[in-house]
Design a protein. Structure first.
Length: 282
């Protein structure tokens, strides 16, 4: 059995090596082979089957945005060949720490600013964050506001604390939306503004408000897609990759080329500098 471990696109070589070591220590090494794959690449391998024939044409580019709990990872591919389907990387993966848990962090901060650290004990926060977890999945600025049940000691009407939708949008959601849109626009310009579709995957990638905000913020004509089962795109893509290593026919898509993350060179000629170089070698 082979083991495929997924890693965020922005991880350093050191972090990847550490992950491989950890997988090995956890018992996934030895007889079994460990393979690493970047998360947006895995997501792209799975997602490609959800792209319409108009996007799946040679030369067409699409951006995969994997928005999860901690990070948002992005990468852009071009269709290199249609039969059999081959993609090539157009950009290096980019990303940032603006995943869904950053909404929770802002929400927590908002509560503490409203009623102080003393009131928001860990136990109360756990309950409030639980309510927020369900609320955020269907958040819409035009929807019902979030109302939390609070202690009578706060003296609020009917012991309820309602967070105004404007606060929810401006203080909690919009700063995160801005960061994600910025990352998407950066990828689009790295791909010379020639992206046909942005594919949102990952748990946060399923969010309707995120889709609406991305759609209005990017260049017109670029489609914004949320494929079915986008939450599990990374793990399913990892399986496709693992199978493809055994039997190319089992993987419906292959990666024709990747963008080199590093290059190495040796200096052959240097201008003579008496303070640095040996006189006899000049
Ligand atoms: N509809 C939604 N709207 C906003 N957030 C959501 C939604 N559905 C799930 N989430 C959040 O998505 C996260 C889980 O998504 P996912 O499984 O992609 O993350 P992950 O892969 O564990 O994180 P990372 O990729 O950062 O390591 C959780 O933080 C969850 O609260
Ligand atoms: Mg993830």
């Amino acid at each position: 059995m082979d083991v495929v471990v997924t890693v965020p696109a922005i991880w350093s070589n050191n972090a990847k090596q550490e992950t491989e070591n950890a997988a090995s220590l956890a018992g996934f090494g030895g007889e079994k082979k460990i393979k690493l794959i970047s998360e947006p690449e895995a997501a792209a391998l799975y997602t490609v089957k959800y792209l319409s024939p108009s996007v799946l044409q040679t030369g067409r580019r699409f951006l995969v945005c994997d928005a999860g709990g901690g990070t948002v990872d992005l990468i852009t591919y071009e269709v290199a060949k249609v039969q059999p389907l081959q993609m090539r990387e157009v950009t290096e993966g980019t990303g940032g720490k603006c995943g869904s848990s950053m909404l929770n962090m802002r929400f927590r901060r908002y509560l503490k600013q409203a009623h102080g650290d003393k009131y928001w004990t860990d136990e109360r926060l756990v309950i409030a964050l639980n309510d927020f977890e369900s609320f955020k999945k269907d958040f819409s600025p035009r929807g019902e506001p979030l109302t939390l049940k609070v202690d009578p000691s706060l003296g609020l009407r009917r012991n309820r604390f309602t967070i105004p939708q404007d606060d929810m949008r401006i203080k909690i959601w919009d700063p995160i939306m801005k960061d994600i849109i910025c990352l998407i626009n950066e990828q689009i310009s790295m791909a010379d503004d020639e992206v046909a579709a942005v594919v949102l995957v990952g748990g946060f990638g399923q969010n309707r408000y995120l889709k609406a905000r991305v759609r209005e913020a990017i260049i017109p004509g670029v489609r914004v897609l949320q494929p079915e089962n986008g939450v599990t795109a990374v793990v399913k893509g990892a399986v496709i990759y693992g199978l493809g290593n055994y039997q190319p026919a089992m993987a419906p898509v292959g990666i024709a080329s990747r963008v080199a993350r590093r290059s190495y060179g040796t200096c052959l000629l240097a201008r003579y500098d008496p303070s640095k170089h040996d006189r006899n070698e000049a």
